[in-house]
Design a protein around this ligand. Sequence first.
Ligand code: F6P
Ligand code: MN
Length: 327
Amino acid sequence: MTTLTQYLKDHSSNPAINDVITTITDVGQTISQLLRKGALADILGEAGNQNVQGEEQKKLDVLANDLLLDALAKNKNCAGVASEELDDATPANADGSLLVLFDPLDGSSNIDINMAVGTIFSILPYQRQGQTCNNSDFLQAGSEQLAAGYLLYGTSTMLALTIADDVVMFSLDPDSGDYIMVNDEVKIDAETSEYSINSSNYRYWRAPMQQYIDELVAGEAGVRGRDFNTRWVAAMVGDVHRILCRGGLFTYPFDTKYAHKAGKLRLMYEANPMSLLIERAGGGATDAVNRILDIKPTDIHQRVPVVLGSQNEVDYVKQLHLEHDET
Ligand code: F6P
Ligand code: MN
C-alpha cells in the first residue's frame, strides 16, 4: 500500500513541490469533510447571507477558496497564489520558489444538488525569488507547469496527480486520513465512443464543431459508422476524471454565447492543469487548433476553448477545424 506521502518522497526531486502538494491535499481533506456534512454544515447558501445565529454564511466555493489561500500563504515555498475566485494574484512568501493556481471548487453549481465537485491546481516555477510577485509572474505557458492535479469530491474523494512523466491516482481513506494509491499509471485509450459537451449551446458553435457533433449523433447511420454515447457531469473535474478512468472526449468549445469570450473555461485554473494530466496519460488537449499547453497567457483569467481526451477523437476535431479554416 503506497500513501501519497511515500509516493512524493520516492518520486519527487523537489521537496518544495511535495510540501505545497501536501498543503493542498490537507486542505482537500477539510473541504471533503465540509461537503460530507452537506446541508447540515450550515455552509450552503449565498455568500453574504446570514445564518440563524446572525453569523455570515459563506458559500462553499468562497470557503474553499479562503481555506486554500490561507494555508498556501503560510507555506514558505509558495511565492504567490492565483485563484479563479479572486481578481488578482495574492503574494505569499517572496523567498518561495513556486506559484500556485487553483480553481477552489470546480462545478460549484453541483453543490446544492449533492453532486460531484472538485479542486483543480497547477504549480509553476517562480522566476523572481526574493521579490514580491504580481499577476505577470503567473503568465507562463502550461508546458512550464511543475505539477498539476485535482481533488474530486465524489462518492469518495480522489486525487489525480502528475509530478513527473506519469499520472497517478489516490483515494482518500476517511478513517486514517491518508491518500492511498489506487492507480500507479493512468493511461487513456486512443479510441473512444463516449463524448461530453453541453449540446444546448449548439447554435453558438463554429461550423466544424457542429459538423463533428452531427456526425457523432448520426452514429451508425452516418460517416462514423458506429454509435456514440454522451455523458455530461457539468463539472469539468468529473468529466476529466471519467476520461482518465475509461477514455472519452470532453469539449467546451468556442462559442458566441458570451461576446468577447473565447470559451467558458479558464486557461490557467482549468485547461492547463487538466491538459497536463491528459497529455501525460497519453491523450490530447487542444483549443481545436493549437496545443493548449503551448498557449502563452496574456491574462491570468483568460478563457480558452477546450477539446481534450482520447487522442484519435481530439485529432479528428482538430482536422475538421483545420480543413474548415483552409477553405
Ligand atoms: O468551471 C466551469 C464549469 O462549471 C465546468 O466545471 C463545467 O464543465 C462547465 O462549467 C459546465 O458548464 P454548463 O453550465 O454550460 O454545463
Ligand atoms: Mn471551474
